[in-house]
Write a protein that binds this ligand. Structure first.
Ligand SMILES: NC(=O)c1ccc[n+]([C@@H]2O[C@H](COP(=O)([O-])OP(=O)(O)OC[C@H]3O[C@@H](n4cnc5c(N)ncnc54)[C@H](O)[C@@H]3O)[C@@H](O)[C@H]2O)c1
Length: 333
């Protein structure tokens, strides 16, 4: 299986140079998150369309708008579609490109830390509907991904934390050095290295299981509980914050099940405290509602959740966790 080619730069000028080759391509279009227009100056010879997005616009209406642009520009399967933005934009553009005439050529430029270490990679595309997040989607690998770390300088602390937590998740799954670098704040001097290391962990997993039948589920470490927290809080808790609490809870369960050293949870808690992030969450939904929410998770079948725990750092394990046991662990009832 061919994964994306990844190009790195740390200045927008270099990114423009890397993208320049598409200007001469027969047809191309750049779809960019409109919030970025004042942040990055792209070569004026590009065909650029700004897309106004946020998570609430990650829906079929926005997909229709993107398809409309593709048709009105008379693009074909060989045209280049370039998406520049965070995970919302890259998921949407990825989906639109994967379905346009059964698949056009796609390149992505992630503009958030989360996008650089996670969302742009691995080919998952999609959008939300009334039944939940990312319920409709495809697997469609972008040909190239352009990581430009100058985008990071305009991100809020919360957006940076979203990426840092995903990067730490990669560390827990497959590279202790990531954890050590982040705990010591060394990533701030070398974002490219931490991004490369995080992507490496993800690609090692993807090359064996792109379509998430087994190993790819490891990437959900911290996310099953994290998603529940996001929904229960009506998305008032950020993704990174929710996953951080999900990781802590997962480590606690791993201590009981696999004798995981308690020091891993303690060290992570100390890190979260240092960043003024929460380490606990109390659900407001009642048991029946929580059970319904868990049942809607894509990793649930026949009352059993495919849940990711760790036996140690770099030793993830997938367990079949009955929904009722998970509920008990979450509410201590
Ligand atoms: N496909 C995957 O494998 C995958 C993995 C993880 C997450 N996701 C998806 O990614 C989405 C979250 O992605 P995200 O955290 O990047 O959120 P996002 O795309 O909503 O971006 C966060 C905010 O930052 C703004 N922004 C983007 N780049 C900026 C920059 N350089 N400077 C300042 N502001 C900037 C955006 O306009 C937005 O307001 C979710 O929808 C999630 O489902 C997908």
């Amino acid at each position: 299986m061919k994964l994306s080619e990844i190009n790195y730069s740390n200045k927008f000028d270099d990114l423009n140079n890397q993208l320049n080759k598409f200007i001469n391509q027969d047809k191309h279009v750049i779809l960019i998150d409109s919030k970025l227009s004042s942040i990055v100056n792209l070569d004026t010879r590009f065909k650029i369309y700004e897309i106004e997005i946020d998570e609430s616009m990650k829906n079929l209406n926005t997909i229709e708008k993107i398809w409309e642009i593709m048709f009105s520009e008379s693009l074909d399967r060989n045209s280049k579609i370039i998406g520049i933005g965070g995970g919302v934009l890259t998921d949407l553009v990825g989906f639109a490109a994967s379905t346009f005439k059964r698949g056009a050529s796609l390149s992505l430029v992630p503009s958030t830390f989360l996008g650089m270490v996670d969302a742009a990679h691995g080919g998952k595309t999609g959008f939300n509907n009334k039944y939940g997040k990312n319920q409709i989607g495809t697997f469609f690998i972008p040909e190239e991904i352009f990581v430009c770390t100058e985008f990071l300088s305009s991100l809020s602390e919360m957006e940076m934390n979203n990426g840092i937590i995903e990067s730490l998740k990669s560390g827990f799954l497959g590279d202790d050095k990531i954890i050590q670098m982040i705990y010591k704040d060394e990533h701030k001097n070398n974002f490219e290295e931490i991004i490369k290391k995080s992507i490496h962990v993800k690609y090692q997993i993807l090359k064996n299981d792109l379509h998430e039948s087994n190993e790819r589920m490891f990437l959900n470490l911290g996310h099953t509980i994290g998603h529940l927290i996001e929904i229960d809080s009506n998305y008032n808790i950020s993704h990174g914050q929710a996953v951080a609490i999900g990781l802590l809870k997962g480590f606690e369960i791993s201590e009981t099940r696999f004798d995981l050293s308690r020091s891993i949870r303690e060290e992570f808690k100390t890190f979260l405290n240092k960043k003024s992030m929460k380490t606990e969450y109390i659900f407001s939904s009642n048991q029946t509602k929580l059970k319904e929410l868990i049942t809607n998770d894509k990793k649930v079948s026949n009352g059993v959740v495919k849940f990711v725990l760790i036996k140690n750092i770099q030793e993830p394990v997938l367990v079949d966790f009955p929904i009722d046991d998970l509920l008990e662990a979450l509410t201590n009832e």
